[in-house]
Design a protein around this ligand. Structure first.
Ligand code: SAM
Length: 450
């Protein structure tokens, strides 16, 4: 097999990144946007020793699960790389990810629930973070083509709240009108790198964040004034990111106009959210995810609960009224300030959050002799560390509720807990990110010994 060769392939599977998988001459071939059951004529783009990447030239037999996507750019950019698959098949794909991981770990006895569908299949995101670059001599917004930094201009982002799309376009036009230069990442020059817009579905409040190379630039005052006049906007923030880096946000935020936070709600609890604070992006599905986790936790009024990797305290504050005490930790300082302020805002007096790395705070608490009943963990994609797991076990909880956005690290960590006298018999996938391959899942570990 050679680069640029055209081959006929029968697609038998979907990779975890949602690429069609075929086998030819002992090689595995990954075909962009191809679906199981399809026969395609494909061009080989890259050929390695045991595998190759290809792109479809022609679909010779089409899968009945294929959907015609309105804008091929949504799939091309990876913004919505599952959008060409019917929604019920997307849910099946996500469940299979978990089944396959358990199989690899020799844990076939663990039950995997049906993926909980999202109430909204499109327009569900309460936050957009889009790159700003110059395209054909003009400042533009869009999304990077997969595995590149080529900006594909877009005005409809499909998975984000349409109200956010409206604001993104207005801000783009304001930047153009005022001749603000887009960021040039090759020379680390120009000005606006990214636009971030957050909108609360509960209150309608909108925060616009301009991620900029400099703290100030000549047009900033006028640009701020015009953005503040967009319907619904309640905060305008500048995030200063002076570095030549792929990391989107810099460390410092400057409030240019309006409120320092927006307010959102999960169930009947209100949350103030600062620019850098993590907040679950699917507003309507989040309460359903938490309800599932809380119901599985089987909380009692006397329970001492830990909310680890707490963000702005959304999980802990949702359960505080039903338990004796909540303690939480989170590494982003403004998020912890939000969490403690959010406790006050909701009249909650038995919850306390501290700044720190979970893998350092948990061992400290264990050493101080803290005993717990239920621990909620909701870590980033890399999962937990052995230090955290050891310390969590030392506090002797009855249950550990694991919420994960990466089932691979989740299964790894669940096995570590299993070695320490905890067991689990079910994982429930929840679709927080329709049209994308991302999988969220919940598992409950129960103490079996001690
Ligand atoms: C998936 S989010 C969950 C947040 C929150 N539980 C929620 O549902 O909104 C993971 C959180 O872990 C935080 N984080 C990342 N690494 C951490 C660490 N080593 N220690 C503590 N928190 C960390 C992130 O800032 C983020 O807020």
């Amino acid at each position: 097999m050679q680069k640029n060769q055209i081959v006929d392939l029968e697609i038998t599977d979907l990779s975890y990144e949602a690429m069609g998988v075929a086998h030819l001459d002992g090689m595995t071939v990954f075909v962009n946007n191809a679906l199981p059951g399809e026969i395609v004529s494909a061009k080989l783009l890259k050929v390695k020793k045991n595998f190759a990447f290809a792109k479809i030239e022609k679909i010779k037999k089409e899968s009945p699960d294929r959907i015609n996507v309105k804008l091929r750019q949504w799939v091309q950019t990876g913004l919505a790389s599952l959008a060409h698959i019917k929604y019920d098949k997307q849910l099946e794909f996500k469940r299979n990810q978990v089944v396959n991981l358990l199989h690899k770990a020799d844990l076939d006895n663990v039950k995997v629930g049906q993926t909980m569908p999202s109430p909204e299949e499109t327009g569900y995101r309460n936050k957009a973070q889009v790159p700003v670059r110059e395209v054909n001599g003009k400042l533009d917004i869009g999304f990077f083509r997969k595995h590149s930094h080529d900006l594909v201009p877009l005005t409809s982002f499909f998975t984000t709240d349409p109200e956010i799309d409206r604001v993104l376009i207005k801000v783009r036009d304001i930047l153009r009108k005022n001749h603000v230069p887009a960021y040039d990442e090759i020379h680390n020059k120009g000005e606006v790198r990214y636009l971030e817009v957050r909108r609360s579905k509960a209150t309608g409040e909108i925060m616009v964040i301009l991620v900029c190379l400099h703290k100030d630039f000549p047009q900033l005052k006028e640009v701020t004034k015009e953005i503040s006049e967009i319907k619904g906007v309640t905060s305008v923030v500048l995030n200063h990111n002076p570095k030549k880096t792929n990391v989107i946000l810099g460390k410092k935020d400057y409030l240019l106009w309006g409120e320092p936070q927006i307010t959102d709600k999960i169930g009947d609890v209100s949350f103030k959210i600062s620019p850098q604070s993590f907040f679950q992006i699917n507003s309507l599905q989040t309460p359903r995810l938490y309800d599932l986790a809380i119901q599985k936790a089987d909380l009692k009024p006397d329970d001492v609960v830990i909310d680890a990797y707490s963000g702005i305290g959304t999980i802990g504050l949702s359960v505080a009224k039903h338990v004796k005490a909540v303690r939480g930790m989170e590494v982003i300082e403004p998020a912890v300030e939000d969490a403690n302020a959010n406790a006050k805002l909701n009249g909650i007096t038995n919850a306390e959050y501290v700044v720190g790395k979970a893998e350092e705070v948990m061992p400290r608490w264990a050493k101080e002799g803290l005993k717990t009943d239920v621990i909620f963990v909701d870590p980033p994609r890399k999962g937990l560390t052995p230090e955290f797991i050891d310390a969590a076990v030392e506090t002797n909880p009855k249950k550990i509720v694991y919420i994960s956005c990466n089932p691979a690290t989740m299964v790894r960590d669940l096995q570590l807990f299993k070695e320490q006298g905890y067991d689990f018999d079910e994982i429930d996938p929840v679709d927080m990110f329709p049209q994308t391959p991302h999988v969220e899942a919940v598992a409950v570990l129960e103490r079996t010994e001690k």
